[in-house]
Ligand binder design. Sequence first.
Ligand SMILES: Cc1cc2nc3c(=O)[nH]c(=O)nc-3n(C[C@H](O)[C@H](O)[C@H](O)COP(=O)(O)OP(=O)(O)OC[C@H]3O[C@@H](n4cnc5c(N)ncnc54)[C@H](O)[C@@H]3O)c2cc1C
Length: 416
Amino acid sequence: MKFSGWRVFREALTGHRGWTANWRDPDPKPAYDIIVVGGGGHGLATAFYLAKEFEQASVAVLEKGWIGGGNAGRNTTIIRSNYLLDGNEPFYEFSMKLWEGLEQDLNYNAMVSQRGILNLFHTDAQRDAYTRRGNAMLLHGADAELLDRDQVRTMYPFLNFDHARFPIKGGLLQRRGGTARHDAVAWGYARGADMRGVDIIQNCGVTGFRIENGKVLGVETTRGYIGAKKVGVAVAGNSSRVMAAAGMRLPIESHVLQAFVSEGLKPVIDGVMTFGAGHFYVSQSDKGGLVFGGDIDGYNSYAQRGNLPVIEDVAEGGMALMPMIGRARLLRTWGGVMDMSMDGSPFIDRTGVEGLYFNGGWCYGGFKATPASGYCFAHLLATDRPHATATAYRLDRFKRGAMIDEKGQGAQPNLH
Ligand SMILES: Cc1cc2nc3c(=O)[nH]c(=O)nc-3n(C[C@H](O)[C@H](O)[C@H](O)COP(=O)(O)OP(=O)(O)OC[C@H]3O[C@@H](n4cnc5c(N)ncnc54)[C@H](O)[C@@H]3O)c2cc1C
């Protein structure tokens, strides 16, 4: 079914009896050309682009729970391409361009909203760093503007400009950044992939890989063995566990990241804003809730829930930046499992097993990457060559000394 204004009108006149399911619920076939493990945003986008751009007719996505039940449906929905390093910026700008055409591409309302993202800076050294980052963005064809204190004050007069422990000196603004409705992105990709013949199989956890003579033959699942010529794994926070079943130890640790939503408020924050002197980012949803987050919990875990110390830390960051947030009541918090890599950058690569490919290490920035990650992983799976914007995301980059350490923190997954 194609969605359109006309369709909504027609359904309104006929009692909304014509809407059909967004995707089928097929049983697994004995074998596929390509199996994608993980029905999050990245796995579903991979399947969509495999079918649409690379004309793959025999593709399945295997999801152990329900699609979008992982980080795809738990994130704070920020999209942006404000990166510094050569290995990253072209990839994230490619993703930004895909976001800009996504809803037309999917024929689905993913509520992509380019409301702008503003990174505040609070010291002269930070201004220099943000200037450098803005210049790197411009050199790669992205948009960036450096705002001074007065320009920030005009945009957000309620910030603490007068008595702040960390005075606001300005901000780096990317107007094309913003937000998208996270689970609608997963649903839109699922629908688009299903329409092109991809089998999306939920409640089908992959428990192992059948590998013979260094080549993958298929996957063991909770619904039996399924054969495949190629298998692409995109399971985010579960990467280490799933790849361990193929005998691989990854440069990834799993950590919890929490998100927070306040009660609904009148419109107060137009765009997305980040605090530069602590870790706090905030936007306002269309329903009026302030959606915000901060640091990961800082211990290894596969639990989709976090702990109180980080809630306190995030609340302190919010209060330091915009004291009026202290009047808002917190409605909900939840956690997701982050695949934190050693240098804070992801992997889209082949593995040592023929036919087995890996996509992961997204840390807590993988939502914005969803379109490009799917496109580039599909490119790799279909052609066996990395996409031009993802050539740096190799698993052996630590061995080669070619880290992509955007923050300059070193091998400290909890600090990226
Ligand atoms: C609180 C929070 C806030 C965030 N905020 C942002 C943000 O503002 N901007 C941003 O860019 N990023 C953000 N992120 C990160 C982003 O959500 C993730 O990097 C991204 O969603 C990961 O890719 P995915 O969507 O494919 O992951 P997921 O949705 O987690 O998909 C992986 C899927 O694999 C499935 N799976 C696991 N094991 C198996 C198995 N054995 N067999 C079959 N299936 C399996 C899981 O059930 C899951 O559905 C945030 C994350 C969290 C948790």
